[in-house]
Every structure is written in C-alpha cells, then in structure tokens.
Design a protein around this ligand. Structure first.
Ligand code: AMP
Length: 281
C-alpha cells in the first residue's frame, strides 16, 4: 500500500492504473476505522482493480459546537487495517493543502441538505459535498462506496455527482451492526455503559417499524407515534427526528407505499446517533 498526502502522487498513480484499463474504486473515510468502513473497502476490493481509500477529518463539515477536535484519530491502526485489506493507495490530504489560504469555494445543495440532519447541523452537508467533490476531482474514481448508515449523505452525494456531471458511480452499501443491533459508528465510543444500552432504541425502532408495516399498518403518523414512544422510554434518549420518507427523494410521506425509509436521529446523552432502514411496501 502506498500512503501519500500528495495530490500529484495520487493523480499519477490513478493515471497509470487507468492507462492499464483498471477500474478505479474509492472509499472516503474520516478514519478510526471499524467494520462498517471495512465492509465498504471489501466491496470495493471485490468490484474494482485499483482501490484507494482516504482518511481526512474534514473540519468544514463540523459545526462550531461539534466534536472536530475530539474526533477519534488512529492513523497507525487504520494503516494496518487498510494494508490487510489490500488497499492500493491511502490518500491522507492535510487540512492546509485542502483548504489553503483564503479557500472560499463550496458545493451547496439547496433542497435535500436542509431537511433531516441538515436542520440541526447547518453547513454540515455543504462541508461534506465540498470535500467529496474535491476528493473525486483528485482521485477521479470510476466507482465510490458510501454507507447506507448515513443515508441522507449518500443520496446527496449521488445527486451531486449526477447534477454536476461527475463521472462516478455511487454505490450505497448496507449498514454494519454490532451483535446486538447497534449500527457501528466511530461515535459509539462516546457512550457510557448505561447509554450504550439505551442506544439500542434506534435499532429497536427500525425493527418495530418493519413489524408494524408487515402487520399492515400504513399510516406514517400512527407508526411514528409508536416509534417515538419506544425511543422515549429510554432515560437518556432525546429525539432529533423520526421520519418516514420516500427512499429516493427523501420527501416525507403520509401513507407507506413503495420503497420507503425510516430515518432516525436520537441524542443519547450528549452523543447524537443516526440509523435507518429501507423497506418496500
Ligand atoms: P465516516 O468515516 O464516518 O465518514 O464514514 C465513512 C463511510 O463509512 C461513510 O460512507 C459511512 O456511511 C460509512 N459507514 C459508517 N458507519 C457504517 C456502518 N455501520 N455500516 C456501513 N457503512 C458505514
């Protein structure tokens, strides 16, 4: 595995791979790698000939009161894991090289970025889309892999690639969970043991959602009320949102029909967790 912070080196390596007709796959991350990330890398390795991963804790996607400085950073462990997965190139841009001097050009999606997580995290998706566009422009991947865990993010990235004519295929990969069902996240380590138990309410809500729909319930309002009841029965849980949306355009729906997503954001103590599930009714 070649590890580099140099944009020119990445361009040179990718250029050479493309000359050899290799399919270039890309997995962007913020590091502190876990099984969720590894599942994206493995899928990328299976489907592509040349695999790049990036680690960059992107300052501009964190709000002023968010955890940018405390975000876990574990570079030497991450490198070892990526090497083991036979990643070809690890790209480690520096903040200084990515946002030099008077950086002032951003990618801003006007509609879907303002709902759900965008409501409580203004500027978050502007930061995400800007860094992903920059990474795409450096790596020029044929395929890029994102997790369904961050569903709104993956839909926004797909929309951006589409609307800005970036020639990359966006693959959305299933959520990887702990044994008890909690969606794996770098932020789970902020939870104390009691909160860790309470955090299961997100997964339980997705299960109850599937059960209710299976039983024939179709009213979003009715279902959301029951899901909120379940979540709020946990002492440390505070609801950000519980929404039932059309899985393709993220619009809230009143009656469950077709490909539908339940999306959740819940604060457990001070830690904000998200989860979701997609069904076809
Ligand atoms: P992050 O390092 O948190 O920016 O995540 C990098 C990528 O890994 C994103 O596309 C996430 O959606 C994905 N990811 C994070 N957690 C999981 C998970 N539990 N299962 C699948 N993908 C995940």
């Amino acid at each position: 595995m070649i590890t580099t912070g140099s944009i020119n080196t990445v361009r040179r390596l990718v250029g050479r791979a493309k000359k050899g007709s290799k399919i270039v796959g890309f997995v962007p991350t913020m590091g502190a790698l876990h099984q969720g990330h590894i599942s994206l890398i493995r899928r990328c390795r299976r489907e592509c000939d040349f695999v790049l991963a990036s680690i960059f804790v992107n300052p501009i996607q964190f709000g002023p009161k968010e955890d940018y400085s405390n975000y876990p950073r574990r570079l030497s462990r991450d490198k070892m894991l990526l090497k083991r997965e036979e990643v070809d190139v690890l790209f480690l841009p520096s903040v200084g090289s990515f946002y030099a001097g008077d950086f002032s050009t951003f990618v801003f999606e006007e509609r879907l970025s303002k709902i759900l997580c965008g409501k409580s995290r203004p500027g978050h998706f502007k930061g995400v889309l800007t860094v992903v566009a920059k990474l795409f422009n450096v790596v020029l991947p044929d395929k890029a892999y994102f997790g369904q865990k961050d569903y709104q993010q993956s839909i926004l990235i797909r929309k951006m690639a589409n609307e800005l004519n970036i020639p990359v295929k966006i693959e959305i990969c299933p959520i990887v969970r702990e044994k008890d069902g909690l969606a794996i996240s770098s932020r789970n380590e902020y939870l104390n043991p009691k909160e860790r138990l309470d955090a299961l309410c997100l997964f339980e809500a997705t299960r109850l959602f599937k059960k209710l729909v299976k039983e024939g319930r179709r009213s979003s309002r009715e279902i959301i009320k029951m899901l909120k009841g379940l979540i709020l029965s946990r002492e440390s849980a505070k609801i950000g949102y519980v929404s039932i949306i059309d899985a393709s355009n993220l619009k809230e729906i009143k009656t469950i029909k077709g490909r539908v997503a339940l999306v959740l954001a819940v604060k457990i103590g001070k830690t904000r967790l998200i989860d979701n599930c997609i069904i076809t009714a």
